[in-house]
Design a protein around this ligand. Structure first.
Ligand code: CUK
Ligand code: CUA
Length: 674
């Protein structure tokens, strides 16, 4: 119906315009001008206008889909509306995010610190693959998981409030890539390593690479009721030191299995300064690498039976056990592959070879038959059984130069990103024939489709996630934005709809979910601690505000409401430990306050009902304004106060109201009554 209207409109008003003379360039654009004149004035073609009509979301209306995109090096995740491709939010994940007060004193500090690896403070991440939680292989809109390739971490974002609730560091590996993919009911969040290294990150000379360096498939147990990864019930499978790349969980027919592609099965270790070939060429010697097939249900059983060793507190199924017990099988895959994508029906696995022109379609039934019949082509040097390549595949689609990732629609088509050619290749899963190639701009990496990783993709839209954007946007210096290009894939031919510059990092993957699956909250319950989901024990209601001194510790029970803080004067002694407990008393939608104490690097976002606790040492004497950082009301600028820190050795003559010294410690040591 909608598309009929659009076509009708175009047919009547626009087709006739094509033959009309273009308007002079000086012509002004105004609401009173006809569409035809507007088109001419702006130099728009009919296709441009159609694309605009298909993506424009008028004021008051919202998008049908939401894209959760990797923010790349920013360490964040982007929430983008589709088809409008408007940025809705930059969700603070691995990196502090000031607007959300993420990492500036409140409860989020513990989340970020929970992700610490090693002893250096890590203030960035290389975000690769956001993945939505699934129920029966379909997005359920509850959680989002995302990996940090650079520091081997996985984060959990709760989509109730679009807030990162947990970051889990992997103690065994030093980089990851195949994550954070979920099993069909989100029992596990999978994180597989990228660059092999000794498990546990111990030092081992690199000439012992083959013996001591390893890969890993981590299975993080997800506790949905708690909304957290349950580290104690998580476990891993040790892998050979091939460079494991991407992973995907089986579903439906292939449920219980995980597929991981790999490169550098040559185990090249570089040595360019010593005149040895770089890893790049050493890793490209062989024509085939290995698709790893993991029977995770079998591995789970071995873990339950205790057939594991423990490294850095994590139970690990050893490579030897994995090979002997049928947990791990290898199949040849051509050549330096990148993507591994299970089809919606779970029956097949498509692998793209960076240095091969094909997308190879592995068939799970065939693989299963070989595994069950123990029909091996041999074993690798670690004793892992190898299955025959030809016997494992249904066929290969001749795609073009540099096929990477593949996504699916609801009509039996696959869409593969082709990096070197800079195209999206649409091909038929039925006969493995390419139907159409759409040029994209440029160097497409990942590709995503509406509900594309589920058992029931929607079709409609595909997004090309391009690494380059030359000649697409106004120049902003030598570091160019990345470019997301939205394609309409509903019609017989693909159509380019809109470009979206991404100026925050190099996104890798994204997923697109129907917005009606999201059950996002509008306000918090009064006094809610967003990290426990409960009313905070220190939640402060109107009339309960107070300042309590206990030795050198000062607890401030505080409220925020348009347009004041209570108390608005806090005086402490230099060196005191200060615990701020701030509750926003607002319950109306979109009434957010901010809170900062200048110079103390404290910055909070106080959404309606939210409670925050901040602990710090008042180690800088002086007078510091504290104020609301969100333009919340006409008297927002008046929503302010003072934080005063008396220098050591000062004797108080007249204690001002609100001074901690004014309240006898013994009389007020108890937390406020609820
Ligand atoms: S990705 Cu991580 S190298 Cu193709 Cu999934 Cu960009
Ligand atoms: Cu509250 Cu500005």
């Amino acid at each position: 119906m909608k598309s009929f209207v659009i076509r009708g409109l175009l047919g009547v008003s626009l087709l006739a315009l094509a033959c009309s003379k273009p308007a002079p360039p000086q012509q002004t654009i105004g609401a009173s001008k006809s569409v035809k004149e507007l088109m001419a004035a702006r130099g728009l073609t009919e296709a441009d206008v159609e694309a605009a009509l298909r993506t424009y979301v008028p004021t008051g209306k919202s998008d049908d889909y939401m894209i959760f995109a990797s923010g790349g090096q920013s360490g964040q995740v982007l929430a983008i509306g589709a088809p409008s491709m408007r940025l809705l939010k930059v969700i603070g994940v691995f990196t502090p995010e000031p607007w959300q007060g993420y990492g500036y004193g409140g409860g989020s500090n513990a989340v970020i610190e929970g992700g610490n690896q090693g002893t250096h403070k890590i203030t960035w991440a290389d975000v690769h693959h956001p993945n939505l939680s699934e129920t029966k292989g379909d997005y359920d809109g509850e959680f989002l998981f995302v990996n940090d390739k650079a520091n081997a971490r996985v984060a959990v974002v709760d989509l109730k409030d679009f807030t990162t609730k947990q970051i889990v560091p992997n103690p065994l590996v030093s980089s990851d890539h195949g994550g954070a993919f979920v099993t069909p009911n989100t029992d596990y969040v999978i994180e597989t390593s990228q660059y092999p290294a000794p498990l546990g990150r111990e030092y081992v000379p690199i000439d012992q690479y083959k013996d001591k360096y390893r890969g890993l498939a981590m299975f993080w147990k997800f506790d949905r009721a708690k909304g957290r990864i349950d580290v104690a019930n998580s476990w891993a499978v040790e892998l050979p030191p091939y460079t494991q790349d991407l992973a995907d969980a089986g579903k439906l027919d292939s449920d219980g299995f995980v597929f991981i592609n790999s490169f550098n099965t040559e185990m090249a270790i570089g040595g360019t300064l010593e005149g040895k070939p770089p890893i790049e060429s050493g890793a490209s010697q062989g024509d085939m690498d290995y698709l790893h097939v993991i029977d995770w249900k079998k591995a789970e059983k071995l873990v339950a039976e205790g057939k594991t060793s423990t490294i850095k507190g994590i139970r690990v199924v050893s490579l030897d056990t994995a090979g002997k017990e049928g947990v791990l099988h290898l199949i040849g895959e051509p050549k330096s592959p990148h993507g591994v994508d299970v089809t919606p029906d779970g029956k097949e696995i498509v692998v793209g070879g960076k240095l091969d022109t094909h997308a190879t379609v592995f068939n799970f039934e065939k693989i299963k038959k070989l595994i069950d019949g123990k029909q091996y082509d041999g074993k690798d040097s670690y004793g892992v059984p190898i299955l025959n390549f030809q016997a494992s595949i249904r066929g290969q689609a001749e795609i073009g130069l540099g096929p990477l990732h593949t996504v699916y629609d609801n009509k039996g088509f696959a869409y593969t990103s082709v990096f070197i050619e800079s195209v999206v290749a649409k091909w038929s899963l039925k006969d493995l024939k390419v139907i159409e190639k759409m040029p994209v701009h440029y160097n497409i990496g990942h590709i995503l489709a509406a509900e594309g990783d589920t058992v029931s993709p929607d079709g409609k839209y595909v997004v090309a996630m391009n690494k380059m954007s030359m000649d697409r946007f106004t120049n902003v210096g030598p570091l160019y934005p990345q470019n997301f290009q939205l394609l309409d894939v509903d019609g017989e031919k693909m159509r380019m709809l809109v470009d979206m510059p991404i100026g925050i990092g190099e996104p890798h993957y994204s997923q697109m979910i129907k917005v009606d699956k999201l059950k996002t909250t509008k306000v918090y319950k009064m006094g809610e601690n967003v990290y426990t989901g409960q009313k905070d024990p220190s939640a402060t209601l109107a009339g309960q505000e107070k300042i309590v001194r206990n030795g050198t510790t000062v607890d401030v029970y505080m409220t925020a409401i348009r347009s004041h803080f209570t108390p608005d004067r806090i005086e402490v002694d230099e060196g005191d430990t200060v615990n701020l407990h701030i509750t926003s008393l607002e319950q109306s939608e979109d009434q957010t306050h901010g809170f900062t104490i200048n110079m103390y690097n404290i910055d909070l976002s106080l959404e309606p009902g939210k409670h925050e606790n901040v602990t710090f040492v008042a180690d800088m004497a002086g007078v510091y304004p504290m104020y609301c950082t969100e333009f919340c009301s006409a008297l927002h600028l008046e929503m302010a106060g003072y934080f005063l820190v008396k220098p050591k050795g000062t004797t108080t003559t007249a204690a001002p109201a609100g001074s901690a010294s004014a309240v006898p410690a013994a009389a007020s040591a108890a937390p406020p009554k609820k």
